[in-house]
Write a protein that binds this ligand. Structure first.
Ligand SMILES: [Zn+2]
Length: 132
């Protein structure tokens, strides 16, 4: 086989492999880390959000704080069918983490929360109502 044929053959093999292997869905932990860097200046505590299928059907995502001050972010996979929806829900919950103390510590959608949502929406190029 001639060298140019080998080059073309290997190029086709590499392209086939690159495009046939599905890229893995980024984990919630990876997204949380990335969003914390991009939209929160790494100010949020390091936590690992989880999917929780046991959340009530009307809950899209939930942030709570335990007695040790540790935040828990749960995403309802049933109500976040697309990556965009999941991303927006995660941003919403991350604003709860950022504003927990300012908004009375009960996951309230208060003034500080609203400011956070608008800032993150602007920075990430989505409509604020998609996050609120
Ligand atoms: Zn909320």
């Amino acid at each position: 086989m001639k060298n140019w044929m080998k080059t073309i053959l290997w190029t086709l093999i590499v392209l086939f492999v690159l495009f046939s292997v599905p890229s893995p869905k980024p984990s919630l932990a990876m997204k949380y880390y990335a969003f914390n860097r991009l939209y929160f200046g790494h100010r949020l505590p390091i936590i690992i959000p989880v999917y929780d299928k046991t959340l009530d059907d009307d809950i899209i995502g939930q942030t709570t704080q335990d007695e040790h001050g540790q935040f828990h972010v749960r995403i309802n996979p049933k109500n976040n069918p697309t990556q965009d929806e999941e991303n927006n829900t995660l941003k919403h919950e991350m604003c709860h983490v950022e504003t927990w103390v300012m908004d009375d510590g009960d996951g309230d959608h208060g003034i500080a929360f609203g400011r956070c949502v608008r800032r993150v929406a602007d920075d990430s190029g989505v409509d604020w109502t998609d996050i609120y």
